[in-house]
Design a protein around this ligand. Structure first.
Ligand SMILES: [Zn+2]
Length: 178
């Protein structure tokens, strides 16, 4: 059994893909941390003091994820302190900044909607409303296929998701939010 990479909890650990590119980096998160990261709701501020440990993790993805969580909490002086303490290699810093920019709600990026006009958010689950040929994947993603834990892209017509274990770009007009 592994522990949550952020708060060291042992409750309901699952893998979380911090960013599909360029790193394919997965971290282990407990139910509580995963829920917060998916909804980007970090209002349980006390919980996130755990990041004072997580920012020293050997896995870059844990540091990058911690950085992006702290960025949401940066009105708290201790969170700002921790952000300054994180030691990043140049490429890790680049990654962390890219992630923060991508998740930032006010970058002028249009919201993403499914085929019914429901707003899609990071971590949502969707189903396919038609069969889709996966270019380069050599398979067809069947209508009704469930895609969990989607990632938004800079293009409101595209999301990233995993189908048959393959990370692919999906066109939002063929998706329905679950
Ligand atoms: Zn946790």
């Amino acid at each position: 059994m592994s522990n949550c990479n952020l708060c060291a909890s042992e409750q309901n650990i699952s893998d979380f893909l911090v960013d599909p590119v360029p790193n394919q980096a997965e971290v282990s998160l407990c139910e509580k941390c995963l829920g917060a990261v998916n909804s980007q709701d970090y209002s349980d501020i006390h919980h996130w003091h755990c990041l004072s440990e997580a920012i020293w993790h050997e896995n870059s993805a844990v540091k990058v994820l911690s950085y992006s969580i702290l960025n949401n909490l940066r009105s708290e002086p201790w969170a700002q302190d921790l952000m300054e303490q994180i030691y990043f290699e140049p490429q890790e810093l680049e990654w962390a900044k890219t992630r923060v920019e991508r998740l930032s709600p006010d970058e002028g990026v249009s919201p993403t909607f499914d085929s019914n006009g429901a707003r899609l958010l990071e971590g949502d689950s969707v189903t396919l409303i038609k069969d889709l040929d996966v270019k380069g994947g050599g398979f067809t993603a069947k209508r009704g296929t469930l895609v969990k834990n989607i990632r938004l892209t800079n293009n409101p017509e595209h999301i990233d998701g995993k189908v048959n274990g393959v990370q692919i770009v999906l066109v939002t007009k063929y998706l329905k939010k679950v």
